[in-house]
Design a binder for this molecule. Structure first.
Ligand code: FES
Length: 573
């Protein structure tokens, strides 16, 4: 039902003929606004995750001005609201610890203030799900304005991408193939402009998922941050959100199970980040949509990797944009998508994909010529991961997708890092490296430690991949045969806590299995002897996080934030 102006939420603040209404209007006039600016116009929040320590969002102050222009031209009134900025590289121990913090902040910002609708500015990995989870739970019309990927870069004639090549060059340095001078030079390359990582890492995956869910304008997620089309798109967001408020087009009306299955299909076609497995489930939980790891595994079996982008392929996001971007890829998926889903345009997906064309078949491959014969995700289960674990087969080594090897187990990062530099370490290329106590509760925050470093002595011999297991996550920009998100995690007593160095681990990705060759009686004996690690966090946000975070197979949201139970509107006196 369209929303009449007199039904706007903000009118509870600004239209009341009482002392509070007087005070609300008075304080707006204190800022130089006119009475009529806030009394009769939809009020739009521009939730901005800009900060001086978030290079991926460095341009979002200017983009907020473009959004404001669009809002004003459409007859709305914009207010910019700062929100926690989760710059992936700077925030320690991991931005994942704070995704739920941002989601809570966004929900309560929108609820506690006179807001009718919101444009959400962000794009660095956890920012996108954090912004969306909060907006979904609050329930006002919301439109996501993606920060956009940074520009391409080349080094010595070679295309290099943010994140993906950092570990590659580091391994080369450890193996003595890169000297200190080149290493220092690389520091100033690879990140040429503001914007999110230009590979198909977590940022690009999640902004594309936001678009596939129907929460952006068509094509928005592929526009490079520094392209002139980007501020134009931001202005369009401002204009469109005013119309969405009039249409009462809330996230709940857009986020159906079909929309989430579209998002899963797009993740797979992009060769997207394994991190998306956690975020999609968390977002679905906020929308009250049934979705499990098995739905993602089914999507991966159905949808091949079509986007030739690092780390599964060899191109960057700027190339993807020139090839037609996400609308072209989704048009190519055709009936693999649910085309009747309504998006933020108010129209079905089918209509907005009309006219979208692939401009380069090497970058967006035809369905019968995928980038990889393997899917972008596989969900494994077995006595090591009863609730599931994930791997990205398209970025793994073919020979390690079915493998048996002796476990070499580490309980923390310092122990692991020191061992990898120890040239007397008892390890070979068949060894299975295991890192545990790095999950949601254990680390805490499930950091991106799952791309375990390789032993220096093997790097020098030319080894560039080994089977690695953990309850951690992995950067979406990284590659390798890494089994991640093992659930339940070791810190809450999952079987990963019971593995010992020397146990044989069996993986068979085609069969979706992950097991340790340890019989039940021995596992029971080890479990009886297991002692949960002491947790040093006795107060503050991290304590709250550890008490309430759910396991990876459920999305790592807080248990008290899941679901769609209504929250009463604030009382105004
Ligand atoms: Fe922000 Fe990669 S560090 S998107």
């Amino acid at each position: 039902m369209p929303r009449a102006p007199e039904d706007l939420r903000s009118r509870r603040w600004f239209a009341a003929h009482d002392m509070r209404g007087f005070a609300h209007r008075q304080r707006m006039q204190q800022m130089g606004l006119r009475r009529e600016d806030v009394m009769n116009r939809p009020i739009v929040a521009i939730v901005n995750t800009w900060s001086d320590l978030s290079p991926c969002h460095a341009h979002l102050r200017e983009r907020a001005e473009a959004v404001k222009r669009g809002v004003l031209l459409a007859g709305g009134m914009p207010f910019e609201l700062p929100a926690m900025s989760l710059g992936e590289v700077m925030v320690k121990p991991t931005t994942m610890l704070y995704r739920n913090f941002l989601a809570m902040e966004v929900e309560e910002l929108l609820r506690s203030l006179p807001i009718d609708g919101a444009v959400l500015l962000g794009g660095c990995d956890k920012t996108t799900p954090g912004l969306l989870m909060g907006a979904v739970s609050m329930g006002v019309p919301a439109l996501f304005c993606p920060a956009g990927p940074m520009l391409n870069d080349r080094h010595q004639g070679r295309t290099v991408g943010a994140g993906t090549h950092t570990r590659m060059f580091w391994d080369d340095k450890q193996a003595g193939k890169i000297d200190e001078a080149e290493w220092v030079k690389l520091e100033s390359r690879m990140t040429r402009s503001p914007g999110t990582c230009n590979t198909m890492g977590t940022a690009s995956t999640m902004t594309a998922i936001a678009e596939a869910l129907g929460l952006t304008l068509p094509g928005a997620s592929s526009i490079p941050a520094m392209d002139a089309a980007h501020p134009r798109m931001a202005a369009d967001c401002g204009e469109r959100i005013v119309a969405m408020i009039g249409e009462d087009l809330t996230p709940q009306r857009i986020l159906t199970r079909g929309a989430f299955l579209n998002a899963a299909a797009v993740q797979m076609a992009l060769g997207g980040s394994t991190n998306a497995a956690v975020h999609i489930l968390a977002m679905a939980g906020r929308a009250g949509v049934e979705l499990t790891l098995d739905d993602l595994d089914a999507a991966a079996r159905r949808v091949p990797v079509l986007a030739n982008l690092f780390p599964s392929g060899d191109k960057l996001m700027e190339d993807f944009y020139y090839a037609g971007g996400l609308p072209a890829l989704m048009a190519r998926l055709g009936n693999l998508l649910s085309l009747g889903e309504i998006t933020a345009t108010g129209r079905p997906l089918r209509e907005q994909l009309q006219g979208a064309e692939v401009g380069d078949d090497d970058i967006i491959r035809p369905l019968d010529k995928p980038v990889s014969p393997h899917g972008a995700l596989a969900v494994l289960r077995g006595n090591l991961a009863p609730e599931g674990a994930v791997i990205k087969p398209s970025a793994a080594s073919e020979n390690l997708l079915r493998h048996s090897g002796r476990a070499l187990v580490f309980d923390n990062q310092p122990q692991l890092q020191a061992a990898m530099l120890d040239d007397s370490l008892d390890v070979d290329e068949n060894t299975v490296l295991v890192l545990r106590y790095a999950g949601p509760v254990g680390a805490p925050g499930m950091p991106e430690w799952g791309n375990l470093p390789l032993p220096r002595k093997l790097l020098r011999c030319g080894v560039r991949d080994m089977l690695r297991l953990s309850d951690a996550r992995m950067s979406g920009t990284h590659y390798g045969s890494c089994v991640l998100h093992i659930s339940p995690e070791a810190a809450v007593g999952g079987p990963l806590a019971l593995v010992q160095t020397g146990d044989v681990i069996d993986i068979d990705v085609a069969a979706r299995t992950l097991n340790m060759r340890v019989d039940d009686a021995e596992l029971a004996r080890r479990r009886a002897a297991w002692v949960a690690p002491a947790q040093p966090f006795r107060r503050g946000y991290t304590h709250l996080y550890q008490q309430h975070v759910t396991q990876a197979h459920l999305g790592c949201d807080f248990d008290f934030l899941q679901g769609t139970a209504p929250t009463p509107e604030p009382v105004i006196f």
